[in-house]
Design a protein around this ligand. Structure first.
Ligand code: NAP
Length: 477
């Protein structure tokens, strides 16, 4: 009998597995989605300017080439439309249970029991968590936030009913989300104050709309999309990855970022504020051509003094009070708390939160000792600073599919402790040369400094590791 499979989350990861299952003729799966729509982060992040800085033809499934991309770099609405298209084309929507939040998953020695926020419980043979790394907004812990008189919200929970026209707007944060929304907000606001705690390295985004001829060719010429995608993949692997691994292009990346700053910001005082004091890539490099020009506008200020508190009328820093009608918290996500707040209990009553209290870790980022038949998509150490996460997800789906196919013969599969230990050694050895380890704090690591989010190798190596037959690394639970 086909195993009953639960997938938690209907974003890029959950949909990818659902489509692969459907294409393999396996229909015995349910996708639990806490929201009313699919798309995950691309459903949630609707702030003005939201988009992706990985090219459209690489930030998509290899099996679903798409003729409708209008730009080199996709905007949020296009990515969401792509995912909706995929869900319809591969007929997986009927397997998705919307507005159903999974709050609990526990293994009884043979099966998994899933509990929902609505109080329902259901039993499955295997569970695949596909909740992403950037799904829980992190509001800062600044005194006085609740006493703010104006309107405030997080970048991932944009308040579209709130008109910014003519208002004094404060944006707290200067990461990738802030860099995308600041130029759009600056166009509307009466005045914009950007509160930057740490500057980021910024490189240009060579975005452009595809012309009619390019679109037609990409749609109609056999093999062209595939070749273009392959070229994009090799380009980022061979130029950006070495920059993060202490290789030949680290100096090139820094020169490029410095030249971009010089070209776009003439004022030496502002340039000094925007120059990071750590190597490029330690924090995610911002890829954007409109961010710096927005910061040079006469109606935009960049404030670098430390925020002391939020007061009813604005933001107080060590340098004084900045009045604001609206505060946008572009302060990122709770990235190192993988799977939280879902309570996951494995074999012999083992709590996942306890096992991960030193930082989340999983074999290939997919399987966790003591948690048989639990699989993760975009789990620990599978994020990239240089290439497409969709590629990583497809690698994981291939591995998980091979495990799921083996279940009827083998029973519950648990990763062997030796396989887990070898994986951890391999990760640790590769990690020491990566730029993320020293010199900055970032969402890639725990407050204690362990990099739990990123994969330290080339994406192509991850593909090779996940393409190996999985069973030797597992035992029957
Ligand atoms: P983020 O990179 O974590 O940036 C959060 C920002 O808020 C940082 O500038 C941080 O400063 C600041 N901040 C946090 N707490 C603060 C506090 N208490 N006081 C002052 N400042 C505070 O989050 P994000 O911009 O949402 O981006 C997260 C990730 O999402 C990106 O790195 C990227 O991987 C992904 N993303 C991708 C795209 C894309 O184009 N592909 C677009 C948006 C997001 P510090 O640096 O000092 O901590």
């Amino acid at each position: 009998m086909a195993p009953r499979i639960a997938i938690v989350g209907a974003g890029f990861g959950g949909l990818c597995l659902a489509i692969r299952l459907r294409r393999a003729g396996i229909g015995s799966f349910t996708v639990f989605e806490k929201a009313a729509g699919l798309g995950g982060t691309w459903r949630d992040n609707t702030y003005p300017g939201a988009g992706c800085d990985i090219p459209s033809h690489l930030y998509s499934y290899s099996f679903e080439r798409y003729g409708s991309w209008t730009r080199r770099y996709p905007e949020q609405s296009e990515i969401l439309a792509y995912l909706e298209h995929c869900a319809d084309k591969y007929d997986v929507r009927r397997n998705i249970r919307f507005n159903t939040e999974v709050v609990r998953a526990s293994f009884d020695g043979a099966r998994w029991h899933l509990g929902t926020a609505g109080g329902d419980s259901e039993t499955f043979d295997a569970v695949v968590m596909a909740v992403g790394q950037l799904n829980r907004p992190r509001l800062p812990d600044i005194p006085g936030m609740s006493g703010f008189r104006g309107t405030s919200f997080h970048s991932a929970r944009w308040n579209h009913d709130h008109d910014l026209t003519g208002r004094r707007v404060a944006v707290i944060g200067s990461g990738s989300s802030a860099a995308q929304l600041i130029p759009r907000v600056a166009e509307r606001a009466g005045h914009l104050t950007v509160f930057q705690r740490t500057p980021n390295w910024v490189i240009p985004k060579p975005d452009a709309a595809f012309g009619p001829a390019a679109r037609l060719a990409l749609r109609l010429v056999p093999g062209l999309q595939r070749a273009y995608r392959g070229w994009l993949f090799r380009y980022v692997e061979n130029t950006l990855y070495p920059a993060l691994a202490g290789g030949w292009s680290a100096a090139v990346l820094e020169r490029r970022a410095r030249a971009h700053l010089r070209a776009q910001v003439a004022d030496p005082e502002l340039r000094a504020k925007l120059t990071p004091g750590y190597p490029p890539g330690c924090k995610r490099v911002v890829i954007d051509s409109a961010f710096y020009p927005a910061l040079t506008r006469p109606d935009v200020d960049v404030v670098t003094e430390r925020i002391v508190r939020i007061v009813p009328g604005g933001v107080e820093t060590t340098g004084g009070t900045h009045e604001a009608d609206t505060i946008v918290y572009a302060t990122g996500f709770r990235t190192t708390e993988f799977l939280a707040p879902i309570e996951v209990t494995g074999r012999d009553g083992r709590a996942l939160a306890g096992q991960w209290n030193v930082g989340a870790h999983a074999y290939l980022g997919i399987s966790v000792p003591h948690f048989p038949n639990l699989f993760l998509l975009y789990g620990p150490n599978t994020n990239l600073g240089h290439n497409s996460i969709v590629f990583m997800i497809e690698c994981q789906v291939r591995h998980i599919m091979a495990c799921l196919r083996a279940l009827p013969r083998h029973g519950p599969l648990e990763v062997r402790p030796e396989a887990m230990a070898a994986w951890t050694r391999q990760l640790d050895r590769a990690m020491v040369r990566m730029v993320w380890v020293n010199g900055c704090q970032s969402w890639y690591k725990t407050p204690e400094g362990r990099v739990t989010n990123n994969w330290p190798g080339p994406a192509a190596l991850y593909r090779r590791l996940t393409a190996r037959p999985p069973l030797p690394a597992y035992r029957r639970a």
